[in-house]
Design a binder for this molecule. Structure first.
Ligand SMILES: *Cc1c(COP(=O)(O)O)cnc(C)c1O
Length: 431
């Protein structure tokens, strides 16, 4: 019997490149047919064959209160009934900005946009406009959306130009992006000593979630803060993933480091397109209409999207929300680690708040290189065994996972039971 997922995937590939609207959804890394989702509720979603999965991607982060939360759905329905978009300001946008500024104290002013890509791109332009400098610094393995300047990997030496990671990005753009190793404060110090006066900004995921989960060391982020301050560069924390995910105040509250600008997305939209960038008012004043850095958006601060985001931000402030989320996530990673040990599989796992990483390696990796050395074929076998058992993990060995407030003990226990079976499945040959 052919599966509806197969039929839909064949059909999708006729009119959509690769059959998907964002690459990782295509299962290219793990092989097989992507699941087409029909609906979701709490910790679950269902595919086109009616199969239910425990969902550990949560729309790649936004579904922190669980899918189709009644309060979020109600807020969206009420906002939609009042009109979908006005192209003029609304009170909801003020409330949203006030809430963000209150929850993330480094943000004195914020601008709402529609995607993390747009927010990161705009933050870079602001940093360049405010400093009058062109060079930006990023770290290998961090993802900040797909703006031209950010699709760049390391060149051959510290001061050599970065190389585009995508066709269509001119060398002339890439040459302004310097790419360094994550968790290497000495390298950052050397770079600033050589070229500090030309660096507009450093952008970093303070808890990295796009090369699996990788924690920054405190020394790395502290060095970054010190060097940016000394050399007049703007420190940008990209908390699109870690914001409202690793803690209510984001990674900056865990590390107690104050960035100049913060980029937000994912959770702040509660499943609809809201992202934001904000920071010191003195920097934000450079934005149009006050300043000379242009930035705009037809659907920025869209009233329906803001209703979803604002309701989600209210729900995550419930007493004990992050304690419970962190405890469930810890229970999951400890259970998986125990199941791997029983099966004799080399495996480790880590969690920060409601975000986790699974590694087919003896120790939790602390560098990009160590991360890339993790067993990909073992992960792929594990992924498919879990999928068969009704557990949907990110379809790549190098993506983080997400737990929601609706992943209760029964859901976590069912996941660990599935993992006991999955760990005993043999690995496919390394491709
Ligand atoms: C997802 C993500 C982005 C891009 O956000 P989009 O809404 O997908 O454009 C940027 N930075 C980080 C850290 C992300 O995780």
């Amino acid at each position: 019997m052919t599966s509806n997922n197969d039929t839909l995937f064949t059909r999708a590939q006729r009119t959509t490149p690769g059959g998907v609207n964002s690459p990782v959804r295509a299962f290219r890394s793990v092989g097989g047919t992507p699941r087409f989702i029909t609906h979701a509720a709490g910790p679950y979603f269902w595919d086109a064959d009616g199969k239910r999965y425990i969902d550990y991607i949560g729309s790649w982060g936004p579904a922190i209160v669980g899918h189709a939360h009644p309060a979020v759905i109600q807020a969206v329905q009420e906002a939609a009934a009042r009109g979908l978009s006005f192209g003029a300001p609304t009170e909801g946008e003020i409330e949203m900005a006030e809430e963000i500024c209150r929850l993330v104290p480094s943000i004195e002013q914020v601008r709402l946009v529609s995607s993390g890509t747009e927010a990161a791109m705009s933050a870079l332009r602001l940093a360049r406009g405010a400093t009058g400098r062109d060079k930006i610094v990023k770290f290998e393995g961090c993802y900040h959306g797909h703006a031209d300047s950010l699709l760049v990997k390391a060149g051959s030496g510290l001061l050599t130009f970065g190389n585009p990671t995508s066709a269509g990005v001119p060398e002339d753009f890439a040459k302004h992006t310097l790419v360094l190793d994550y968790n290497n404060p000495q390298q950052l110090e050397d770079l600033f000593n050589q070229a500090g006066g030309s660096i507009a900004c450093v952008i970093v995921e303070p808890v990295a979630g796009n090369m699996n989960l990788l924690r920054a060391t405190p020394e790395f982020l502290q060095a970054m803060r010190r060097l940016c301050s000394r050399h007049g560069a703007v420190l940008i924390f990209d908390e699109v993933m870690s914001g409202f995910r690793v803690a209510l105040g984001g990674a900056q509250s865990l590390y107690q480091i104050t960035p100049d600008l913060t980029v937000l997305g994912k959770v702040i939209g509660g499943g609809l397109p809201v992202a934001a960038f904000g920071g010191r008012a003195e920097l934000m004043r450079h934005l149009a209409p006050l300043g000379s850095v242009y930035q705009a958006g037809t659907l920025s601060g869209n009233p329906v999207a803001v209703a979803a985001g604002l309701t989600t931000l209210k729900l995550i402030q419930a007493a004990g929300f992050y304690e419970a989320l962190g405890a469930q996530t810890m229970k999951l990673v400890q259970g998986l680690t125990g199941a791997a040990r029983e099966a004799g599989v080399t495996f480790s796992a880590d969690a920060v708040g409601g975000m986790f990483g699974l590694y087919f390696a003896a120790d939790v990796p602390d560098t990009y290189t160590a991360m890339m050395a993790c067993g990909k074929s073992r992960f792929n076998a594990f992924f498919h065994a879990m999928l068969d058992a009704g557990v949907y993990l990110a379809p790549s060995a190098f993506e983080a996972g997400f737990v929601s407030a609706q992943h209760d003990d029964a859901v976590i226990d069912a996941t660990i039971a599935a993992a006991r079976q999955a760990f005993s499945r043999p690995a496919q040959t390394e491709s």
